[in-house]
Design a protein around this ligand. Structure first.
Ligand code: HEC
Length: 177
């Protein structure tokens, strides 16, 4: 009974996040303040309760990874599917805004043994926030360039985008476990 309920509530949260992404792409959801407890965290729309945060960010990062892979796959070929790239770019720009809400305090490796998030995500919130800001800027820039449709410009911007993923991973994601 319990796993079913848990899965259902994760699905619901993901659905909420997906709605926020399409309908309110410009509203930046606040990062939940966990010092005040889960009730507050789960009450804020678009924010994520610590117990579910690992599963949600896992799903979302997989989605980001799939989008970036699809973009790079298109760009490798001789005649990239530009509308496809544009769709993936819009997805990435929408998800980019949500990243901080996926990391409430108490959702790290001490709780989720599979998590590769480093303690620095929480002990160096300013640095993590800067890495996020840099990525957000690149994701939005990439989306603008992609919607412009110039394949050469898209190619260059895609490299910058990939670097801004690694910039955060190098500092805030630990080795595979
Ligand atoms: C602001 C920091 C940050 C940015 C930017 C970022 N990531 Fe990550 N990413 C992380 C952290 C931290 C983890 C580890 C999360 C965990 O395991 O709890 C992670 C995990 C992942 C995972 C593994 C998911 C899993 O649970 O198996 C993938 C895939 C991924 N990121 C892809 C990307 C891609 C692609 C981009 C850029 C388009 C990106 N990330 C940008 C911080 C970031």
């Amino acid at each position: 009974m319990k796993p079913v309920l848990l899965t259902a509530s994760i699905a619901a949260l993901i659905a909420v996040a997906a709605c926020n992404q399409t309908e309110q792409a410009s509203t930046n959801q606040p990062v939940p303040d966990n010092a005040t407890g889960n009730a507050v965290a789960s009450a804020a729309p678009g924010s994520v309760a610590p117990q579910q945060a690992y599963d949600i960010r896992h799903e979302r990062y997989e989605e980001m990874g799939d989008s970036l892979k699809a973009i790079n796959r298109e760009l490798k070929g001789g005649s990239p599917d530009v509308p496809r790239i544009q769709r993936e770019a819009a997805t990435l720009a929408g998800l980019a805004e949500q990243i901080p809400s996926w990391f409430p305090a108490g959702s790290g490796p001490d709780v989720h043994t599979k998590s590769r998030a480093k303690a620095e995500v929480w002990s160096d919130p300013q640095g993590f926030s800067q890495a996020h800001a840099r990525y957000l800027e690149q994701a939005q820039r990439f989306n603008r360039v992609a919607q412009g449709g110039d394949v050469n410009a898209i190619r260059t911007a895609a490299q910058d985008l990939g670097k801004s993923c690694s910039n955060c991973h190098d500092r805030y994601r630990g080795p595979e476990r």
